[in-house]
Ligand binder design. Structure first.
Ligand code: ADP
Ligand code: MG
Length: 240
């Protein structure tokens, strides 16, 4: 579904991604872990062309994305993204936030988009909150609206960048629960997370990124129970 080949990204002189090779198969859940500043967000943002790579290739469903606005927009419909901060439209209700993409980007009829949005809000457990504005919702609820909004574009892949890091601890579980459901539905996902329990339970594959390099990849039990890389061992020691 997604493949990067020798992906390099610089910010000025700073080399942030140093030749990333990764593959994500259809239906696979890949969790990405690593210290702050290691390049996790930049990697997701390059996959979604929110950042322009400097070198290497990114293949989505086996095809290179042309670097034209049209091709990038078409690709973004296939690749949904959920951020640490929810970025909902504050002046739109929950259901309007979810309807926005299908109506404005896909040209869907409002009634059809409303029906789709209702279904998705139900899926994330918010069917009673459809007419609320974001400010009236908890962080966990806002993030679930953000997930529904991304799903409304019917993506083939979902990218999550620390989706629970901005939440109060008691709200983390409801968002992880929605992501678990998505995994069970067979959604292909790349999830940057510090929730190791979640990664252990849900990931098919875990990637440890350190200083722009994938230093270890494996199943959750390989990485968490038998980490080989000394830096990964230290990282896991710190966060547990
Ligand atoms: P992570 O998500 O793993 O914490 P990031 O991908 O956000 O790491 O950042 C990786 C490195 O790139 C950091 O050193 C960060 O300061 C730098 N960086 C990220 N975005 C920018 C930017 N827009 N301009 C300059 N440097 C950036
Ligand atoms: Mg980050």
């Amino acid at each position: 579904m997604i493949e990067t080949k020798n992906l390099h990204k610089y910010f000025g002189e700073l080399e942030v991604l140093k030749g990333i090779n990764m593959t994500v198969e259809e239906g696979e859940v890949v969790c990405m872990i690593g210290s702050s500043g290691s390049g996790k967000s930049t990697l997701l943002r390059c996959i979604n062309y929110l950042e322009k790579k400097n070198r290497g290739d990114i293949l989505i469903e086996g095809e290179k994305v042309e670097e034209t606005p049209q091709a990038i927009n078409a690709m973004r419909q296939k690749v949904g993204m959920v951020f640490q901060r929810f970025h909902l439209f504050p002046h739109k209700t929950a259901i309007e936030n979810v309807m926005e993409g299908p109506v404005t980007v896909k040209g869907m009829e409002k009634e059809e988009a409303r029906a789709l949005a209702l279904k998705l809000l139900e899926k994330v457990g918010l069917s009673d909150k459809e007419e609320e504005y974001p400010a009236m919702l908890s962080g966990g609820q806002q993030q679930r609206v953000a997930i529904a909004r991304a799903l409304a574009m019917e993506p083939k892949v979902m990218l999550f960048d620390e989706p629970t890091s901005a939440l109060d601890p008691e709200l983390v579980g409801e968002v992880l629960g929605v992501m678990k459901d998505l995994a069970q539905d067979g959604m292909t996902m790349i999830i940057v997370t510090h929730e190791m329990g979640f990664a252990r339970e849900v990931a098919d594959k875990v990637i440890y990124l350190n200083d722009g390099v994938i230093e270890e990849t494996g199943t959750p039990s390989e990485l968490f129970e038998n980490p080989k890389n000394p830096r990964l061992q230290a990282f896991l020691g710190e966060i547990q």
